[in-house]
Design a protein around this ligand. Structure first.
Ligand SMILES: Cc1cc2nc3c(=O)[nH]c(=O)nc-3n(C[C@H](O)[C@H](O)[C@H](O)COP(=O)(O)O)c2cc1C
Length: 307
C-alpha cells in the first residue's frame, strides 16, 4: 500500500489554465491546474482532465486552448472550476469571461499566456486523461503575472529570490582567465581539487595571472566530474586519490564595475599519493602550501575541508 499523507496533493504549487474548447457540448471553459509544457520543440502542452464536457469537446474537434490565468483572474477561475458545462454555459455568463476567437476554440482575454493546441495524444492516466497538444500559437502578456494555486488557495507570485551566490572580486587578469574557462557559457561550471598531503595543500598558478588557485577543470557537459578531476590531476603530474565531493560553492565573480560571471565550483577532497621531490614548490607552477594563499575565493573553496 502506498504511504500517502492526507491532502499531500494540495502541497504542489501550480499555475492554473483556463482550458477552452468548442464542440457539441457547446463553447466551454474549465480550470485545470494540471497543465504544463512538456516539450520545447515542438512546443507540446499536456493537460490532465477528468471525463467532462471539456474532454468530450476535445475528442470531437481535436483542439483546445490553454489560457494561463493571471493573478487578477481568480474569480473566473473559480467559476470555470466550480461549474460544469453540463450545468451552465459558463462562457455566456454576462460580464464574466472576456473572450476572443482563436483558430478553432474561444480564447480568454487578460491571461498571462495563451496557447492554442492541436491534439496529438489522448491517454488514460489513473483517474484522469492526459491530453497532449501541439501548440499552433502562443502569446504572452509581459505585464501579467500567473496566478498560483496551492493548498486550496490562490496566491500571487512573491518577490524574486536573491541568487544566494557569494560575491568574489577578482583582478582583471584572474577574471579573464575564469571567463575563458567558462567557454562563453552563462555559468562557469568547474570541478576543483583540494589535494592534501599531510597538512599541505596543492595550489597551481593560473595561466595568465600569477595568482594561485586550486587545480580546476571544466568537465564536458554530461561527463563524470570525478573522472574529469582525476584526468586533470594526472595531466599536471599529480597522483592523488579522490575521496569525494566536499561541497559545492556558487559564486558571482566580479571585476571592475561591469564584469561579472556566475561560477559553480564542485570541490573534491583528494589525498596525494606521493609527491616527487621536484614537485615540492620547485617548478613554479605548482606549490604545496602549509598556509594557503589568502583570498576570498580560495578561503571559500577550502572552507569545506574544515567540516
Ligand atoms: C483551481 C482549480 C484547478 C482544477 N484543476 C483541474 C485539473 O487539473 N483537472 C481536472 O480534471 N479538473 C480540475 N479542476 C476541476 C474542473 O475545473 C471542474 O471539474 C470543471 O467543472 C470541469 O469543467 P467541465 O465539466 O465544464 O468540463 C480544477 C478546479 C479548480 C477550481
Amino acid at each position: 500500500m502506498p504511504d500517502i499523507q492526507d491532502n499531500a496533493h494540495r502541497y504542489f504549487a501550480t499555475s492554473v489554465a483556463l482550458v477552452t474548447t468548442d464542440g457539441k457540448s457547446g463553447k466551454n471553459v474549465m480550470a485545470a491546474e494540471w497543465a504544463m509544457q512538456v516539450s520545447y520543440e515542438p512546443m507540446l502542452i499536456a493537460i490532465f482532465i477528468h471525463d467532462s464536457p471539456t474532454l468530450w469537446n476535445i475528442k470531437e474537434n481535436g483542439m483546445f486552448g490553454v489560457n494561463i490565468a493571471a493573478d487578477d483572474q481568480a474569480e473566473i477561475v473559480n467559476i470555470a472550476g466550480g461549474y460544469s458545462g453540463t450545468e451552465i454555459a459558463k462562457l455566456a455568463i454576462p460580464q464574466t469571461f472576456q473572450t476572443y476567437a482563436g483558430k478553432g476554440v474561444p480564447m480568454i482575454k487578460g491571461c498571462a499566456l495563451a496557447c492554442e493546441c492541436k491534439v496529438m495524444s489522448v491517454q488514460e492516466m489513473g483517474d484522469h486523461v492526459m491530453v497532449v497538444g501541439e501548440a499552433i500559437s502562443a502569446t504572452f502578456d509581459e505585464k501579467k503575472s500567473p496566478l498560483i494555486y496551492t493548498r486550496g488557495n490562490y496566491r500571487k507570485i512573491g518577490g524574486k529570490l536573491a541568487s544566494g551566490r557569494k560575491t568574489v572580486r577578482l583582478s582583471p587578469k584572474a577574471f579573464a582567465e575564469f571567463k575563458r574557462m567558462s567557454g562563453g557559457q552563462f555559468v562557469l561550471k568547474a570541478a576543483v581539487a583540494v589535494v592534501r598531503d599531510g597538512r599541505k595543500t596543492l595550489f597551481v598558478r593560473m595561466e595568465s595571472s600569477s595568482s594561485w588557485m586550486l587545480p580546476a577543470v571544466v568537465p564536458e557537459r554530461g561527463t563524470d566530474y570525478k573522472k574529469a578531476v582525476s584526468l586533470h590531476l594526472k595531466s599536471i603530474g599529480v597522483q592523488a586519490q579522490i575521496e569525494g565531493i566536499a561541497g559545492i560553492e556558487r559564486m558571482m565573480l566580479k571585476s571592475g564595475k561591469q564584469q561579472s560571471l556566475r561560477a559553480n565550483f564542485v570541490v573534491f577532497s583528494c589525498t596525494a599519493n606521493a609527491i616527487k621531490e621536484d614537485d615540492d614548490n620547485n617548478d613554479n607552477k605548482k606549490g604545496w602550501f602549509l598556509h594557503p594563499p589568502r583570498n576570498l575565493l580560495l578561503k571559500s573553496l577550502l572552507l569545506f575541508q574544515k567540516a
